[in-house]
Design a protein around this ligand. Sequence first.
Ligand SMILES: [Zn+2]
Length: 374
Amino acid sequence: MSVVAGTAGVQLAHMLRYLRHGTLRLLKNLGIFDGVKNSRWRRQRLLIICYHGIALEDEHEWRPPLYMHAQLFEQRLQLLRDGKYTVLPLAEAIERLYRGDLPPRSVAITFDDGTYDFYAQAHPRLKEYGLPATVYQTTYYCDFNYPVFHLICSYMLWKRRGQVLRAGENAGIPQVLDLRSAAGQSSALDHLLTFARQERLSEEGKNNLAARLALVLGLDYPELVRKRVLQLMRPDEIAQLAREGVDFQLHTHRHRTPLEENLFLREIRDNRRKLLEMAANSVITHFCYPSGVYRFEFLPWLKKEGVVSATTCESGLASPYDSALLLPRLVDTSSHTPLEFESWLSGVGAFTSRRRRSKLPLPPTQLIEIADSS
Ligand SMILES: [Zn+2]
């Protein structure tokens, strides 16, 4: 029964998407995209685009909502150029949004987390197109030359999807890894994370566990580490990019937002201190909620720390009527067709899509915790 309902649900979603796409195509052909794009309404609004990663390997197939193929990212930049959009540095864009003097077709580009692929894949392309970007950098893992533990484990398990493997007696790794379904991969990942937490493994300990998992899976872990898959940028890379004009802003030190004020403030302060060590002349007053998750009590805490803007992952164009500490963004993913992306650039997307809300509480599976230790 539930399988039938599930299939019907998928079919309905496909049908709605097809209809939506048809509507967008019609609106574009009728000149509505151009009309909205050049309207007074659009001129008062800013589209803040959010990216996470640009794949080094095949991460876009592993997590399409987080990773995008480099070629697709380049197509997006071309659409921005062809559509004569004005891509502004984030700080200037937000100032002008509230001052009411945004240029026509304003856009700001942001990246969450600051993984190495920003350095290797996104930055060179942004540079080629002459576009500014802000990286909301989480900093805890910057000092380790290791991949982010839970992400690399999830990625490696996905690489062996469809298989059943025997780990035997291997501490922390399930004896049998049944990776034939997403649920099987997720259960193996839970096992690894629980072990790491219970044993209070250090970062080195977690890295060793990931390396042992790779052996069981028959994957070349040193090669993944060498390629910097799922690693954050290192301090020297952040320093270099900051010198080249990349803007680095707050995303908490450990990619989390504790519900206790003093712990929350510590996250902001540690994050800011680390960023200033790497990018000394930066003015760090902009924030992005990790995983887009916020609570209203965070707002006065952010103000207290001198934060002037904060972005969520709720879909929308930022307007001067929005709270500066709850600015919506377009989370651009591989699943958006060029037409859908253009609908957002023009502003039409704000009328044809539902606004996605991401306020707490969310099921824990939707939260991305970068660091477990404090
Ligand atoms: Zn994040």
